[in-house]
Design a protein around this ligand. Structure first.
Ligand code: NAP
Length: 278
């Protein structure tokens, strides 16, 4: 199975996102069924945030994982403007825990940097970790200079991951951020690994590789994202059939010919670009 080590745990390299869940794109019951299908198929990591649907995504996940919290590696994120001191960080975490109906998060991320004081953020996260409210912490949307600032402060190197935009249509991180994270043993959590669905999945090169492996273009896009063993992908789907398709990537590996074909269609970066963010 394709796995990634993150925050002291080894987890399957495909998880599930939830940015739009609980907000009417599909029925709540279908989205809950999709998450439960994913858990059954071994998609252990579920990514959410206090931001998503103003808490409705966390609430829907709380219903979907009821009775099977032990089968899930739960990730949530704090707004930078809630990360102002230990009390505010503790309150934001407590609110997420209440919506998710659990007593701890496996991973808690600063959603983006903005003007957050990194020493304050790390201190608040470390306090939550000591209290058993979170098992590990990390960041999201941090570029190389942000990671360097983080690693320059006390306990900054306890960071377990950096969650950033990465898919075949946007390979910017490969020039500088991905090598930096590899060198510092920070696994990357790739968000929007399907390019948010369209038009990436309609590209001919994906269809060709998919046909060779008798699978769907989405599966190839995901297998490509996780190919180096240090990257976890968190595709979102509210459709059980799509989740089942995505879960098959846990046992899918692309060969050198596939990777070369994808490189020809989706060229790697040749210079450094600022980190893209959705
Ligand atoms: P994505 O996962 O790249 O794409 C989601 C889209 O792909 C949905 O329209 C979904 O539709 C479709 N899809 C999923 N599986 C499919 C399949 N097998 N075949 C065809 N279509 C499929 O985009 P995303 O939602 O932007 O990103 C994923 C997650 O990353 C988010 O949910 C969130 O948890 C996280 N994220 C984090 C940040 C951050 O700042 N940290 C930013 C953006 C996203 P169906 O529902 O119909 O399957």
């Amino acid at each position: 199975m394709n796995t990634v080590a993150i925050g002291g745990q080894t987890v399957p390299a495909i998880g599930m996102g939830s940015w739009h869940l609980g907000q009417g794109r599909h029925s709540d019951s279908e989205e809950e069924a999709a998450l439960r299908m994913g858990i059954t198929q071994g998609l252990k990591v579920i990514d959410t945030a206090e931001m998503y649907g103003g808490g409705r995504s966390e609430q829907l996940i709380g219903r979907a994982i009821a009775g099977q919290r032990d089968k899930v590696y739960l990730v949530s994120k704090i707004y930078p403007w809630h990360a102002t001191d230990n009390a505010a960080i503790g309150q934001a975490c407590a609110d997420s825990l209440q919506r998710l109906k659990t007593d701890h998060l496996d991973l808690y991320l600063l959603h983006w940097r903005a003007d957050a004081n990194l020493q304050t953020v790390v201190s608040g996260f470390e306090q939550l970790r000591g209290a058993g409210k979170i098992r590990a912490w990390g960041v999201s949307n941090f570029d190389v200079d942000d990671m360097q600032d983080l690693f320059a402060i006390d306990n900054g190197n306890h960071c377990a991951t950096n969650q950033v935009l990465y898919n075949l249509g946007n390979r910017n991180i490969e020039f500088a951020l991905q090598p930096w994270c590899l060198q510092h043993n920070i696994p990357i959590m790739a968000y929007s690994p399907l390019g948010s669905g369209n038009p990436l999945l309609r590209q001919a090169a994906l269809a060709q590789v998919a046909s060779k492996h008798q699978t769907a273009p989405a599966a190839i896009a995901l297998a490509w994202v996780i190919r180096n063993g240090h990257t976890l992908a968190i595709p979102e789907s509210g459709e059980p059939a799509h989740v089942q398709e995505n879960s098959r990537v846990l046992s899918l590996t692309l060969d050198a010919d596939d990777l070369a074909a994808l490189d020809r269609a989706f060229a790697p970066p040749t210079d450094r670009q600022p980190l893209s963010m959705l």
